[in-house]
Each structure stands twice: as structure tokens, then as C-alpha cells.
Design a protein around this ligand. Sequence first.
Ligand SMILES: N=C(N)NCCCC(=O)O
Ligand SMILES: [Zn+2]
Ligand SMILES: [Zn+2]
Length: 325
Amino acid sequence: MPRASDSPADSGHSAVRPVGPTDGHSSPRYAGLTTFARLPRIEDVPGHDIAVVGVPFDAGVTFRPGARFGPAAIRQASRLLRPYNPRLDVMPFRDHQVVDAGDLPCNPFDIATASKEIEDGAYELIRDGAPLVTLGGDHTIAYPLLRAVNRVHGPVALVHFDAHLDTWDTFWDAPLTHGTPFRRAAEEGLFLPGSSAHVGIRGSLGEPQDLITDAELGFTIVHCADLETLTVREIVTRLREQIGDAPLYVSVDIDVLDPAHAPATGTPEAGGMTSRELLGIIRGFQGLNLVGADVVEVSPAYDHADITSIAAANIAYEFVSLCAR
Ligand SMILES: N=C(N)NCCCC(=O)O
Ligand SMILES: [Zn+2]
Ligand SMILES: [Zn+2]
């Protein structure tokens, strides 16, 4: 897939400009086919600089199912996103060809097969260096996504927003589930120990050893309770020092938010972050080398007034904005 920035538009000629979202003033925002932010589909433009893709997979969950419907719900909730991001002062859709790459095919019955399909499908979208924003799907998918990113960029600094560690070994003897993607990733050296962090951890654990094992894998933790004493700005400073100039991958499990801000998720935990705190920390990554990001675990059947899908759509928008130069 050629990058759109290889086109004359990038070199100052006006022959080929990015195709942006359908204009909400000529076609009402609620009308027409549903793509992320009403962007063009990948097949409608000659190349892309940034891709948004869905992964409708939820065979890895331990509790409530339904995240397979996350991509469709997030796209629907993204219709109100506008071209200008004032907090970051960027117009990502004007300056880059951003596309909706549709949903990756993934086997709903065989996790190992699905993982390979997700890895290969993601790799095709990023092989020329374009950043990828993925709409999940359950958290299992972070493992094949990290494998794809490693094929292009090598090991990444990983910032993982979640109520849960997701570094457990197995569930019911299954090695690849939504509670184990970062254990499998650690075993393969997919992220840089010491440069990687969990943010928003809270809730009950199986045993004290869970935290010890997790630290041995190379993660530091910003616990959700740390937000009682640390400001968003201080957390950003701490994370940026760890990340440095390494390629960065950000994975957001929507259950990092309090159930009041994100009720529609499979394993909700009380006492979570606000969407304002989460968006604030993510915006604090502006200028870093973001190569990929996901927002996962939206299970729309448990939603009310699209609260969760709207949060996820706005998180994905911030990711696209961070990729804008
Ligand atoms: N990745 C998410 N959302 N949850 C993992 C929870 C694993 C458990 O059931 O204990
Ligand atoms: Zn979680
Ligand atoms: Zn998770």
C-alpha cells in the first residue's frame, strides 16, 4: 500500500490532497454509511498515511462477552468528531490521508488462528510505516498487534491503560486470552522493559505474587489511586521520561475508566479514571513517536446512551491526532 504522503500533495503540489471526512454541513452527520469519523474507506483512496481498523474479536474474554460489536459501535459514535483538535492544535484529516480500513477478518472459534490473521492483517496496513489505530475487540488482540508492530519497528515502549494487569499466565489453561496478552508479549520481547507502564490499575487480584511477577516482566505501574495525589501533568512527565524517543505503542482497555464513564465493558471495576483524566494523559504524549494504538473491550450491549462508545471514539481521535505531524 503506497503512502499518501508519497503523492504530490506532500511535496507542495496540489494535485492530490487527502480525502477528508464527509462534510457534516452538506450531508447530516447521522446520514450515510458508517466509517470512523466519516472518513473514506481504504479502497476509495490511492494510499494512506494513518489507518483506523476494526478487530471484531471477543473469543478471549473471561466474563461478559460482546466486544466483537465494539468496532461498529465506536464507528457509529464517531460521527460527531470534527476536523480540528484544539487541544493539540492539529487537523489530522486535512494534513494526512486517514482511512477506515474496515474490519480484519478473524476466526471467532480459534484464538490462535485469529491471532495470526490479526497480525498479518495489521502488518499489511503498517508495512510502509503508517501508524495504525485499532478499534477492538477484546484485549487478546493487543498481542498480535504488538507482533505486527514489532515486524516494522522492533520492540516498543508500551503504555497500557487498564484496570487489569493482563500479564497473567493462563486462564483455564488457555495461553492467549484477554487477561494474558502482555505475558505472551513479554516472553517474546515485544516491548522494552523499563520503558513500559500500566496506568489505572485497580481492583482485586488473585494473589500478591501477581504484582511481583508483573514487575519482573518490566512494567512500572501508575495505580488508579495515585491520581489522588498526582496530577495528570505529573503522570505525563513521569511516563515521558520512561518512554524517551522509543517507538511508542499505547493500548487502552476502556475498563480503565470508571464504570460511570464506561459501563459497557466485560470486566468492570469500581473506582476508575474519568474520561477527562484519560484524554488528558493521552494528549500529553504529543510529539512522541506513536507507531500504533488500540482501544479495546467496548461491549456495546451493556452501554447506556452510547457513553462508552463515545469515550472510545474520542480516544481513537486523540490517537489519530497524536500521529499528525
Ligand atoms: N482485559 C480485561 N479487560 N480483563 C482481564 C480480566 C481477567 C480476569 O477475568 O481476571
Ligand atoms: Zn481491563
Ligand atoms: Zn485489558
